[in-house]
Design a protein around this ligand. Structure first.
Ligand SMILES: C[S@@+](CC[C@H](N)C(=O)[O-])C[C@H]1O[C@@H](n2cnc3c(N)ncnc32)[C@H](O)[C@@H]1O
Length: 363
């Protein structure tokens, strides 16, 4: 089966996440094309788009490539809604005509739903308009025409964000980034977040059926993570187990004996109200280098698989970035970077906010 994956921002990260997802689930796949907008990937039958979209943080829509336009819709032939989302430079005039002809031939009464803005429907429109279950969204990308079979549901993330009992947006990463890190770690059975904070990564892991262990030095964070996990456990009837330990990750092997992988955003230095000076940034980076090196040394004793980890890069008042020499740290400890495709250079940069994040996957 051939699929069009419409990618979110940070497309390189989205592609790496897709590769990790396929590898972790033993899905045979090959990437036929990729661009900042989309990836065309053929997969074996074991790939399930509706399951995948729930776990992927970097994919907006998944479309099944149509060999024949008449295959796009089967079901009630009365008053179905359809839309065309065009990505890139695809001219849809001819496609529109072909779709109309196909519906007419099949005696389907179909009504066109125009995108609210630009050329493509946002995923929330696809969900609201029920285009996957009761209609069709055509995806036009280069010479490919596909129909959407799964779309990211932003309402689920919003709901989870609102309902979470303990929150502190300054300290927590987004659900989207948590999903990406978990997939990059390729952990299937057990995951460790040694800097768990309020536990966004842990929550996401247990929702995906992965047993999760979190560690944090801060008592308030540990309690908040526990409350958040208890809430998730009740609300979503999860079966995966979890544990949150108050402790210092520089000594994590004293309490954690084994984990398949790590997904984590460690401490990124003090909360910044303004851009630091070069001197301040260098001082913080030195401290963080020690924290990262000591934690990764400990992780080596307990982690069997991959470590997906965020490394900060500070912008400074002097317009000079302060970068961690993470390569030397990992080499010294015997890790190497996971670099599955030569076209995508790692680490991938996640440039949102004051602190630029480098996303590393090491093993
Ligand atoms: C950026 S936050 C993690 C956010 C978390 N990923 C989330 O989304 O909720 C970093 C956390 O690392 C914790 N921390 C700092 N130094 C630590 C250490 N040596 N061992 C364990 N936790 C530490 C801090 O207390 C803080 O809660």
């Amino acid at each position: 089966m051939e699929y069009v994956f419409i990618l979110g921002r940070d497309y390189e990260l989205s592609i790496l996440e897709l590769v990790a997802y396929m590898q972790k689930n033993n899905i045979r796949f090959s990437i036929k094309e990729m661009s900042p907008l989309a990836a065309i990937i053929s997969t074996d039958e074991s790939f399930k788009p509706k399951t995948a979209i729930k776990s992927l943080g970097g994919v907006v829509k998944i479309g099944e490539v149509l060999q024949n336009i008449d295959e796009a819709y089967e079901g009630d032939k009365n008053k179905i809604k359809y839309a065309i989302s065009s990505y890139g430079k695809t001219d849809i005039t001819r496609i529109q005509e072909d779709i109309k002809k196909s519906f007419k031939k099949q005696k389907i009464k179909a009504f066109y739903k125009k995108p609210k803005r630009e050329k493509a429907l946002m995923p929330n429109e696809v969900i609201k308009q029920k285009l996957i279950e009761g209609g069709v969204e055509f995806l036009a990308y280069n010479e490919y025409l596909a129909k959407t079979v799964a779309a990211f549901n932003p309402f689920e993330h919003e709901k989870r964000d609102q309902e979470m009992p303990c929150k502190d947006y300054l300290k927590t990463i987004s659900i989207r980034l948590a999903k990406i890190l978990i997939n990059l770690s390729q952990a299937k059975n057990s995951l460790l977040d040694p800097f768990c904070g309020y536990g966004i990564i842990l929550q996401e892991a247990v929702l995906q059926g992965i047993n999760a262990t979190g560690m944090d030095t801060d008592k308030t964070s540990v309690e908040a993570a526990k409350k958040n996990l208890e809430y998730i456990e009740k609300k979503y009837e999860i079966k995966a187990k979890y544990e949150v330990i108050q402790g210092d990750s520089r000594f994590l092997s004293r309490t954690v004996k084994e984990a398949e992988g790590i997904a984590t955003e460690p401490c990124l230095g003090p909360y910044l109200k303004q851009m630091p000076s070069l001197e301040e940034a260098k001082k913080t980076m030195k401290e963080l280098e020690t924290l990262y090196a000591e934690t990764l040394k400990e992780a080596k004793k307990v982690v069997k698989g991959k470590i997906a980890i965020i490394v900060p890069r500070f912008q400074t008042k002097q317009k000079k970035d302060v970068i961690m020499d993470f390569n030397s740290i990992i080499k010294g400890l015997g890790y190497k970077t996971w670099q599955p495709i030569k076209e995508i250079k790692t680490p991938v940069i996640y440039p949102h906010g004051w602190i630029i994040r480098e996303i590393w996957v090491i093993e």
